[in-house]
Design a protein around this ligand. Structure first.
Ligand SMILES: Nc1ncnc2c1ncn2[C@@H]1O[C@H](COP(=O)(O)OP(=O)(O)OP(=O)(O)O)[C@@H](O)[C@H]1O
Ligand SMILES: [Mg+2]
Length: 269
């Protein structure tokens, strides 16, 4: 039999992230903290879990007060932690069914991480930092060097390749971290308060970089406390006590992020 393709519905790729009824609890008994809980079940009062889809190419800011569950959510999305219940499909793969080795591969190949505290290796050059994920991935020396230099160029730091973290500004260190996150060409960039330790100028530099990465097709999920940072996103989620309480679209998934190319010009040199 011939397959009939229905042309009326425009093809839309499956979401990169699909989570269903996801919960995360820490501790036991009376001391249990439901870091992710979603709405309460009307009958039992128990947590129903968080459900969320994120499309390929979206730029999502996750906001919420301290302790609301932002990092918990991010760590699960990044396969750094496992949920207590519920499912997580990353690019259609049920992450819950992967073993530790497979999870490490997913983290290395599919996801780039950027943290508030940069997490750079001390006394190690920018070039070596950026080469590291490629070394784990088994890429040969010459190719590693070439790709790491390309990533450093992309973040505007080709001329700082030989510098160690203590020889770089905060903004430059974070740009090294971004280069390290994207050197493996991951489909998704996860950033937990990437500008939390930066001054306003460095914040704009890093955000301009993230805007550019999203504009060229990378899915970005970014945690922030600041409205100014969230303005860069196409979609803003707000968490309260482990539950998504608002979900606002600021710009369409297709097309550039809302502040692409505008933010840096506003900051005086
Ligand atoms: N390893 C852990 N053991 C026990 N409780 C934890 C653990 N990690 C987080 N929690 C608790 O889970 C809740 C959510 O924490 P989470 O780190 O996700 O918050 P957050 O929104 O990222 O906060 P912040 O803005 O301060 O970074 C908090 O009440 C926290 O105390
Ligand atoms: Mg946090």
């Amino acid at each position: 039999m011939r397959h009939v393709i229905d042309k009326r519905v425009p093809a839309r790729p499956a979401p990169v992230i699909r989570i269903r009824r996801l919960t995360k609890a820490y501790g036991h008994g009376d001391a249990t903290v439901h870091a992710l809980r979603g709405p309460s079940d009307p009958r039992t009062g128990g947590p129903q879990g968080v459900s969320l889809d994120i499309e390929q190419g979206d730029f999502v800011a996750v906001m919420g007060s301290s302790g609301s569950g932002k990092s918990t959510l991010m760590n699960i999305l990044g396969c750094l932690d496992v949920p207590t219940s519920g499912s997580y499909l990353l690019d259609g793969t049920d992450v819950g069914h992967l073993d530790e080795r497979q999870l490490a591969l997913v983290r290395n190949r599919r996801i780039g991480f950027v943290f508030q505290s940069f997490n750079l290796v001390p006394r190690t050059t920018a070039l070596a930092q950026v080469e590291l994920p490629l070394a784990y991935a088994g890429v040969r020396t010459a190719e590693r060097r070439r790709r790491a230099l390309a990533a450093l160029s992309l973040v505007g730091l080709a001329d700082r390749a030989g510098h160690k973290p203590n020889e770089l500004s905060g903004g430059q260190q974070q740009r090294v971290a971004v280069a390290r996150a994207l050197v493996t060409a991951p489909a998704m960039l996860l950033a937990d308060e990437p500008t939390g330790n930066l001054d306003s100028r460095s914040t704009e530099e890093v955000l301009a970089l993230i805007d550019g990465l999203n504009a060229t097709g990378r899915t970005v999920v970014l945690i922030t406390h600041e409205d100014e940072v969230a303005r860069h996103a196409k979609r803003v989620l707000r968490l309260v006590d482990g539950q998504i309480v608002s979900d606002v679209r600021q710009a369409p998934v297709e097309g550039p992020p809302p502040l692409l190319g505008v933010a840096v010009a506003e900051v005086p040199a």
